[in-house]
Design a protein around this ligand. Sequence first.
Ligand code: SAM
Length: 188
Amino acid sequence: MHDESEVAVLRLGHRPGRDERMTTHVGLTARALGADRVWVPDNAGQSRDTVADITDRFGGPFEVELTDSPQRIIRNWEGRVVHLTMYGEQVQNVESEIRDAHRRDGEPILVVVGAEKVPFDVYEEADWNVGVTNQPHSEVAGLAVFLDRLFDGRELEREWEDADRRVVPMETGKRVESADGERDGDNE
Ligand code: SAM
């Protein structure tokens, strides 16, 4: 979040067609749950465009960029690297150490999530390999739980800047207003 040290997400790998929604959802989840930016592979231009479009409409700040060399981003990262993997240490055992590095020591955090098999170099380069359970599931679910633990729930209260529209929370029904308060749409 923008008043804290940077948190970035790196999506490793993207199989065109098969991974379109997953890569898009990694980006949308990174944005919604408090990260400052996401890098997606350079063959995921459609996902990049979708995340940029949501940011234009619903606000930021949030950056989405393509990368042709994800491993260079890991190598050059000036901060700490967390790789989410079912084989890693349990999140509940390392979360406070990672939070201290981020909040107390001001270290930027790069969170790496995979698609298919992740090269072993990534396991070695990471400061922490972290499992959100040691069961196989999804990069989107792992990222969501990890970011919520990292920010300790603060991301749920964040304000969005430069939004065109805003959802009005309701017990029942759907209401979206333009950011200046005009009603934009409601129940379908
Ligand atoms: N089998 C692949 C491997 O060996 O790396 C992982 C495939 S999995 C479908 C895709 C990504 O989801 C992983 O790279 C990891 O980032 C994330 N993931 C899956 N289960 C996870 C878990 N229990 N904890 C944290 N991340 C997980």
